[in-house]
Write a protein that binds this ligand. Structure first.
Ligand code: UGA
Length: 429
């Protein structure tokens, strides 16, 4: 299939790379000329395991190319995916100006029948507006179909998620684009769910909100576990073994962050509100997510008492492992709270230090976890990178002023840490 992706951000780039790798002919469009040049030269602006190799391979084999020209992309493709940002506005609603802009541009250059697919996360009923916009601005009155095809990939495991999806959702308002969409996804051998456009759009917000709800549920349980003397990991294992519940997304910790869940939850609350329903359940999910960070900071304060001028070591900055993304990262929020209280912070993160330096230039950035531990009064774990799980705990202990670890991601066993001589505090156990 000849495919164009408009927007070479996270979703557009990973999707473009994977589509080309399964044999489609792909053009990725971006309005940032510098980025396009970098991508053409094989430089990937984000860290995502496997992405650079995949892009280089498919560029070299002639199935993937990059351009700044929407006209070029649209002319040469049957299916046009819109994968531009849909950022939040101060009131929680979604800013759809990029979607509208791209719809207008497609309309202006479209000379023959095209399938225009929305892949960006958008509020329900956006497809209707996109169709209206294209009709309005396509003076040649060329035929087209709008499709909603939400993306479910996670940062850090984006390629695996895209190559082996649980399901593909295709939202259409007539049968015409279905065959072509099935052809696009045929190589992925995944179940395809065909719905109407509004339902497909809702599936995305509903799925992300449900996952966030699962996280807040286990985090609320972690509070009860601490009060009752139970272990949240054991509770999660016991609950999660029920196939109807499942163990995934039942890891208690500092709460969810990233560029999707916080934004999608406020958007969904806002969308429901506009439609006339007050989504109090999701408001509570957000409240628990904030509380989790506040409780952890309180725990640090209770353990260390005065934080002013104390040397505190921090492990982890990204919003989750295997990414350099620090957007809405719980780790960053905790670090900012510690800075506010006057702590002297040394940090290490395998990938997210460069991005953190841009917003917090005055931290002591270390080359490894041992340098962080050296002379620290306490070590705080904020992101569960595998590298931290396999630390030489004895060496860490010898380097620290006090053997105190506060673990916001439950990466160690309390028993093991206590028998190693640490004062070890984690979440919900
Ligand atoms: C999420 C969804 O999982 C994807 O399906 C979706 O496509 C994506 O948003 C999106 O809308 O684009 P992502 O934000 O990359 O993916 O990351 P997740 O792996 O879902 O983690 C989100 C947050 O939840 C992280 O901060 C993570 O630390 C936290 N989390 C996750 C927990 O606190 N506990 C868990 O058990 C699982």
């Amino acid at each position: 299939m000849k495919i164009c992706l408009i927007g070479s951000g996270y979703v557009g780039l990973v999707t473009g790379a994977c589509f080309s790798d399964v044999g489609h002919q792909v053009i990725c469009v971006d309005n940032n000329a510098t980025k396009v040049q970098q991508l053409q030269a094989g430089h990937i602006p984000i860290y995502e395991p496997g992405l650079e190799a995949l892009v280089k391979k498919n560029v070299a084999e002639g199935r993937l190319r990059f351009t700044v020209s929407i006209e070029d992309g649209v002319d040469q493709s049957q299916v046009i995916f819109i994968a531009v940002p849909t950022p939040p506005q101060p009131d929680g609603s979604v800013d759809l100006r990029f979607i509208e802009g791209v719809a207008r541009e497609i309309a202006a250059v479209m000379k023959s029948y095209k399938i225009v697919v929305d892949k960006s996360t958008v509020p329900v009923q956006t497809g209707e507006k996109v169709a209206e916009t294209i009709s309005r601005y396509n003076k040649a009155k060329v035929d087209f179909d709008v499709v909603s095809n939400p993306e479910f990939l996670r940062e850090g495991s984006a390629i695996g998620d895209l190559m082996n999806p649980d399901r593909i959702v295709i939202g259409v308002n007539n049968e015409r684009p279905v065959a072509a969409m099935k052809e696009v996804y045929e190589p992925f051998k995944a179940p395809i769910i065909v719905t109407d456009i509004n339902s497909a759009e809702l599936i995305k917000h509903a799925a992300n909100s449900f996952l966030a709800l699962k996280i807040s549920y286990i985090n609320a349980l972690s509070i009860i576990c601490e009060m009752a003397g139970a272990d949240v990991e054991q509770v999660a294992d016991g609950m999660g073994a029920d196939k109807r519940i499942g163990r995934q997304f039942l890891n208690a910790g500092l709460g969810y962050g990233g560029s999707c869940f916080p934004k999608d939850l406020s958007a969904f609350i806002h969308i429901a509100d506009e439609l006339g329903y007050e989504f109090d359940l999701l408001k509570e999910v957000e409240k628990i997510n904030c509380l989790q960070k506040e409780r952890f900071i309180k725990k640090i304060r209770e353990t260390l008492w005065i934080l002013t001028d104390k040397k505190i070591g921090v492990l982890g900055l990204s919003f989750k492992p295997n990414t350099d993304d620090i957007r809405s990262s719980a780790a960053i929020e905790v670090v900012q709270a510690l800075i506010k209280e006057g702590a002297k912070i040394s940090v290490y993160d395998p990938k997210a230090m460069a991005k953190t330096r841009e917003i917090l230039p005055n931290l002591n950035y270390c080359e490894n976890p041992y340098d962080v531990a050296d002379g620290s009064e306490a070590l705080i774990i904020l992101t569960e990178w595998d590298e931290f799980r396999s630390l030489d705990i004895g060496r860490i202990k010898n380097l620290m002023v006090n053997p105190i670890i506060l673990d916001g991601r439950n990466i160690f066993s309390p028993k093991v840490m206590e028998s190693a001589g640490f004062i070890y505090k984690s979440i919900g156990r």
